[in-house]
Write a protein that binds this ligand. Sequence first.
Ligand SMILES: [Fe+2]
Length: 294
Amino acid sequence: MAQATTAQKITVTPLSHACGAEISGVDLTKDLTADVIRQIQDAWNEHIVLTFRGQNLSQEDQLRFASHFGPLGKRKQAPDQLKERTEGVLQLDPHVLLVSNKKVDGVPVGAFGDGDMWYHIDSGYTERPYAYTFLYGVELPTWGGDTLFSNMYMAYDAMPADLKQRIHGKRALHVHEYKRNEKVTVGTDLSNTPHWYHPVVITHPKTRRPSLFVDRLMTARIEGVSQQESDDILGQLYEIGEREDFVYAHKWQLGDFVMWDNLATIHARTYFPKEETRLLRRCTVDGDLVSAAA
Ligand SMILES: [Fe+2]
């Protein structure tokens, strides 16, 4: 006689009105059934950012879990003048990036240093930006270094009709030329700067919802309008995209695992003291070409 089995049910607890939900009842070091992965994917589509607390994840565990959601993304090669930002000495797997200010013998173990970091999309300057990003908390400062996530579906929905009209059908230039908390400036020669044009509003490939797709850190300008018009439009879009009521702020604890939808959110880092160590282990899942909203 077949033995009855009880399907595992995950618990999903929303963390804010904007986005974010905590998932409990799942040990990410274990093999998970297709049904549990489906429940997590469903919660992810709805809440954009998922958190798991008290995990004890090896790098191998992290990569295995992430690969349930698509092909693992590789670290992007930075242009020569920015190389030291991505070439940390402890990043031994091409799929792993250590977000850290930590140094060993004066050499960075990972990338992105210390201090605050403006809102951005991970690898938005590439033809196929990452679909998903996964971060695991390994070492944390005593204060600061929170990750802020803004819901870009809400940002799109909140745009006034005249602004929607102004950006209708427009694309924006995204560049890999950033200083973590300064506006990007680009000349006309982009031959040595990784860059890509994406629609200002995209259709999310899973939810089919329109999502605002610009960020303060790496979006240089709107295509086909004057610089003044571009600055004016982007200023308005950033103001809406970073509205506090669209943001979930994640305060890290050791053992936290956070995964987010890179096509439905922008994220930022708050300041933390540079004499303290912060180390988060990142991996990603590759995305496809992004498509414009209908
Ligand atoms: Fe990031």
